[in-house]
Write a protein that binds this ligand. Structure first.
Ligand SMILES: Nc1ncnc2c1ncn2[C@@H]1O[C@H](COP(=O)(O)OP(=O)(O)OP(=O)(O)O)[C@@H](O)[C@H]1O
Length: 319
């Protein structure tokens, strides 16, 4: 789990006048789930395409520790790739499509058939194996596509937007499934826009913006580096004073409604001291605290409004 399976050193990719990826560095350890995040156009797909050898970096270096030795990209049967543009054969029966892909990855027909049948049953598609793929809903097609990616048990799976088109129940199943693959030792590079899911899945996160690293690390370290503190919602029994006194450790405060305040705390604020000060403003009926989510951190890092400066109809208060 500690060995680096992939090392990316200052890679750069330019398309005409656009620098899609600009001296990007990161490492992925064997057996981890690594999330590559960023706004549209940040350079995620361009990065993935270099990692799997579809394109080559203009400069910089990619080193993949394949079983047979170091490679400049993740290629061959060690790779399982779920592309953003889904491209399975719509007019073929589901099972045949999967067997075909399994065969392409070196499985015997019998093995591919056996594995595909198991996976289809597991994902509630067992009874639809003989139907044409195009007859399935988008979410079910997505399941088939994921099966085709991992059927041959790749060592390194690259999943581009694996959750798109899935309902919440199936999102949870995909989450479990990816965790299971990790437990079996598979390394997973995940690119997705569903921050709440990524937050529960990723061991390490790289947040890209404009081709460069905006932040990287575990969720905990991103929380720390973002400087975003906990948000505290306080509900008073009666309306608190209109003019709030200065509250130590509070960076920002908003009135949510007549009796509720939302306070953004500095990361080093003293909760006991603050609670004492709040009690001085009136009887407290309820408290709810929330650590910054990946969603908050993401918005903060890519320059959008952060969680602590959300626009709200409620009037601003002086802390
Ligand atoms: N083949 C190409 N030719 C020209 N420009 C390209 C090409 N591929 C990507 N780009 C440009 O490079 C930049 C990064 O694009 P990329 O597709 O890597 O972003 P992304 O992070 O994957 O975005 P999204 O979340 O929308 O998929 C964009 O400005 C894009 O227009």
């Amino acid at each position: 789990m500690t060995e680096s399976i992939l090392s990316v050193e200052a890679i750069r990719k330019q398309y005409a006048t656009v620098t899609a990826v600009d001296r990007l560095n990161f490492q992925i350890r064997e057996g981890e789930i690594f999330a590559l995040l960023g706004p549209n156009g940040a350079g995620k797909t361009s990065t993935v395409r270099m990692l799997i050898g579809i394109t080559r970096p203009d400069s910089g270096r990619i080193r993949y520790q394949a079983r047979a030795g170091e490679q400049a990209a993740i290629t061959g049967p060690e790779l399982g790739y779920l592309p953003e543009e889904r491209g399975l054969y719509q007019d073929q029966p589901v099972l045949d499509v999967l067997v075909y892909f399994g065969r392409l990855q070196g499985l015997s027909r019998r093995d591919a058939r056996g594995r595909a049948t198991q996976w289809l049953e597991r994902l509630d598609l067992g009874e639809r194996a003989t139907e044409k793929l195009g007859a399935l809903s988008k979410g079910n097609q997505q399941k088939v596509q994921l099966i085709s990616t991992i059927l041959h048990r790749p060592r390194f799976a690259v999943l581009d937007e694996p959750f798109s088109g899935l309902d919440p129940v199936n999102q949870e199943r995909f989450l479990d499934l990816v965790r299971e693959l990790r437990a079996e030792g598979m390394t997973v590079l995940l690119s997705a826009h569903q921050m709440a899911l990524v937050e529960r899945l990723a061991d390490n996160i790289l947040l890209m913006n404009q081709g460069q690293e905006a932040m990287t690390g575990t969720l905990e370290s991103l929380r720390h580096d973002s400087g975003l503190g906990t948000a505290l919602e306080v509900q008073f029994r009666d309306q608190p004073p209109r003019e709030l006194p200065s509250l130590s450790g509070v960076q920002d405060s908003r009135r949510l409604d007549e009796r509720r305040l939302r306070l953004s705390l500095a990361s080093d604020s003293d909760m006991n001291e603050l609670l004492g000060a709040l009690q001085g403003l009136g009887a407290i009926e309820a408290l709810h605290s929330e650590r910054p989510s990946l969603h908050d951190i993401y918005l903060h890092a890519v320059g959008e409004k952060g969680p602590n400066s959300e626009k709200n109809d409620a009037e601003e208060m002086t802390a």
